[in-house]
Design a protein around this ligand. Sequence first.
Ligand SMILES: Cc1cc2nc3c(=O)[nH]c(=O)nc-3n(C[C@H](O)[C@H](O)[C@H](O)COP(=O)(O)O)c2cc1C
Length: 326
Amino acid sequence: MRLMLAPMEGVIDHTMRQLLTALGGVDRCVTEFVRVTDRLLPPRVFHRLCPELATGGTTACGVPVYLQLLGGQATVVADNAARAAELGAVGIDLNFGCPAKTVNRSNGGAILLREPQRVHDIAAAARAAVPAGIPVTVKTRLGYEDKALFLDIVAGIEASGVNELTVHARTKSQGYRPPVCWDAIAEARELVSLPIIANGDIWSVDDAFRCLAVTGCDSLMLGRGVLCRPDLPRLIAATAACGESAESLHWPDITLLLINFFETNLRHYDARNAGNPLKQWLVYLRGYFPQAGLLFEQIKRLRAPEDIRSILQQTLPPVAAKRCAA
Ligand SMILES: Cc1cc2nc3c(=O)[nH]c(=O)nc-3n(C[C@H](O)[C@H](O)[C@H](O)COP(=O)(O)O)c2cc1C
């Protein structure tokens, strides 16, 4: 069984990928999408969203990072896919699921699911433009308004020659609301032999095994669930490997991760904004750890790094707090 960390624009950047993959259980990551409109993008755009290009295309602990492209013109997407490969991407992923109005208005993301032929053409052009040894994968939803075209879309994606398909089992109209429709993934698997990665609403170890059973897939992609419970991939992987769950992280462990995350962001981002990713992560974490909600309330209006650091240090377990102060 393989576990992929979902791409999440504005949330899972290279610092979050590094933190989460270091906890174990993740076999692959995908970057936030690189928006492709009508031209070949300069290398700096690829490096900004995928700094891992400079280190062999993997996170520091060796987990491969596929670079995601989002665009509606087959030739331009193909040219950019070829460039990403030249720059060292270890895999290219194509986004056909983004529900954002701005993206859909300019002919990218989920709007393309109304035209299965275009999805096929873009995927085929990208596959043809990238050296055979570098995987090209696709990420889709079930459709735009409804799932009437889903099986046509999947058949077209298989015919395009891409290597794998991730299905977020919702339509664009559903946004991120339940219910997720894992059954549709099972139907797609009956139609094609292309490997399919199941995605959507996996919040616990139980959810993961139910999803594997319903879909028949052997690979899962996890998004918001990992932000709520950073050790979820490791717990799922341990259960799959030996039938027993590994030791889970407790709130004191999380506080150490939070302070490391904050200090890493301070090194990468402008000091006045370095608290924002932390605040955003706390909003996800409070879904599982109530203490994260209290911490969020304490720091939500703070901007100065020393103020945020001081509150974070008060949450640390005593031994770690002493170490930090020293
Ligand atoms: C804030 C946010 C940003 C996202 N950004 C992307 C993205 O850049 N590319 C993409 O393919 N999917 C993106 N997604 C969708 C996720 O990758 C995933 O398909 C979805 O959240 C369902 O999985 P989950 O229930 O495990 O979170 C995003 C989702 C959220 C909530």
